[in-house]
Design a protein around this ligand. Structure first.
Ligand code: SAM
Length: 451
């Protein structure tokens, strides 16, 4: 289904232009009809494997260029994207060790609009797009998402508790981020294919030593008056019960008798209470996710930093990583094994790491070569090699395996300095010798080792 664009739209200067990557970390306004946009992007595969609908891909380059180049040169996006999770710079007007977070607002808005608009035609039918932000731009981003996907595509605004400590210097201690969730097919349709949260089975008990195992229970009533579900039920202590006023029994009399014979009806209070339906673990429906996600379930920024620090004790701390538990929940809700997860603001690689451990396919783009060399690449090598014991490794029973390919995309505009050129990543790959490292293209390897 296509929702019409909203009739109320946010305006910003240069909105009619495109914002394209330029040089190492800059951007340039470009007329959509600019001839230079017709020039193919310089695309280089740094590893040997195929780039098809079964491949995981790490792209060194701008996210928009990455999507365009992958669609033009490879079949990696052919199967359709089931989940987009992006955690872009929030535009806090601050600066982090790995990236600058102070764009002017029109540029930030166009950056978001252009990348979301490029993702849209690549989505599968029941895809969802999750955009992780804080209060700096979230209200404006929601207008942009309404514009790109249509207001009817809005599903939820998830509040994630990013920290549990208090900032006593601020007027309010800001302890949450917001994740905007959109499904282009609309929430009603998407609901039929998304996954429920797995119910905690710790609360199940076996109060009658049922050989089928522990169970939960629910009232044997249903709302409203249904004639066929109004009958007498006699409790084990001999009380004759009728449904409470305005309600009916949960099922017809015949079904009730069958359930009773099958030992599926429980009378509390020593056999004197109202009937309850016994529900075994396999019969329990999962839980519809809340829109508030607490730190005990989904971790905090500090948990994510600690995990990175345990993997890379020598590297400078990555300032804004997200915890694997948060991505595990998102990927669980929005995808099934084998489906494609895309993140075009890769950072330290949390999305790719969790998608890999959960046996999903992934495509991830990151523009900062140093971030790729310090975190993303070695992290994914550890995941593949089975040597990352942190994050969601245990709950996903991950022991290693799989592979990924690496490509480099040069922006059409400006000039890349040496440290952002493909050569820099190739050198690192040539230096890495362990088995799990993606194989550098054979010709390149010989060339680099001889240089
Ligand atoms: C908030 S961080 C992402 C953190 C990530 N979710 C994690 O858990 O590590 C944003 C990342 O986007 C990258 N970035 C910024 N602009 C980009 C662009 N145009 N294309 C690709 N990556 C970009 C930055 O270098 C930074 O690493």
């Amino acid at each position: 289904m296509m929702f019409p664009p909203s009739d109320v739209q946010l305006m910003w200067p240069n909105k009619e232009l495109q914002l394209r990557a330029s040089g190492d970390d800059g951007c340039e306004w470009v007329q959509p009809a600019d001839d230079r946009l017709l020039m193919p992007l310089k695309f280089e595969a740094l590893t040997d494997g195929p780039l098809d609908a079964r491949t995981n891909v790490l792209v060194a380059g701008d996210g928009l260029d990455a999507l365009e180049a992958l669609a033009a040169h490879t079949r990696a996006l052919d199967g359709g994207i089931r989940l987009v999770y992006i955690d872009p710079p929030f535009n806090t007007q601050g600066s982090f060790r790995q990236y600058n977070d102070a764009m002017n607002r029109p540029m930030w808005l166009s950056m978001m609009r252009d990348r979301l608009a490029a993702l849209r035609p690549l989505l599968s039918e029941d895809a969802s797009v999750w955009v992780h932000l804080d209060d700096s731009e979230v209200h404006r981003a929601r207008s942009v998402m309404d514009e790109v996907f249509g207001e009817g595509a809005f599903v939820a605004s998830v509040v994630w508790q990013k920290k549990t400590t208090r900032d006593s210097r601020a007027a309010f201690s800001s302890n949450h981020d917001t994740i905007l969730v959109y499904a282009p097919s609309g929430p009603k349709k998407w609901k039929t294919s998304r996954n429920l949260l797995i119910k905690d089975e710790a609360h199940l008990q076996n109060r009658d030593d049922d050989p089928r195992g522990p169970w939960a229970d629910a009232p044997f009533t249903a709302p409203g008056f249904r004639r066929a579900q109004q009958y007498d039920i006699v409790t084990p202590t001999g009380q004759v019960l009728r449904p409470p006023r305005g309600r009916s029994w949960y099922a017809t009399q015949q079904t009730y008798r069958d359930l009773l014979d099958d030992g599926r009806i429980w009378f509390p209070k020593g056999g004197d209470g109202s009937p309850r339906l016994k529900l075994f673990a396999h019969q329990l429906r999962g839980l519809v996710p809340f829109t508030v996600w607490g730190a005990p379930d989904t971790g905090t920024n500090d948990d994510a930093k600690r995990h990175l620090l345990s993997m890379f004790p020598e590297a400078e701390v990555f300032d804004t990583p997200k915890p694997e538990a948060l991505l595990e929940r998102i990927i669980h809700i929005a995808t099934n094994p084998g489906e494609l997860v895309v993140d075009i603001f890769g950072g330290s690689g949390t999305t790719a790491a969790v998608a890999h451990k959960m046996r999903r396919r992934w495509v991830i783009a990151e523009r900062n070569t140093q971030t790729i060399l310090d975190f993303l690449l070695p992290r994914m090598q550890r995941v593949v090699g089975g040597t990352d014991s942190g994050g969601v490794t245990d709950i996903t029973s991950w022991t290693g395996g799989g592979s990924f390919e690496i490509v480099h995309v040069t922006p059409r505009f400006g000039k890349l300095s040496r440290r952002h050129q493909a050569e820099t990543i190739k050198r690192q790959l040539a230096r890495s010798s362990s088995e799990q490292v993606p194989r550098l293209r054979r010709g390149l390897q010989a060339e680099l080792l001889n240089s």
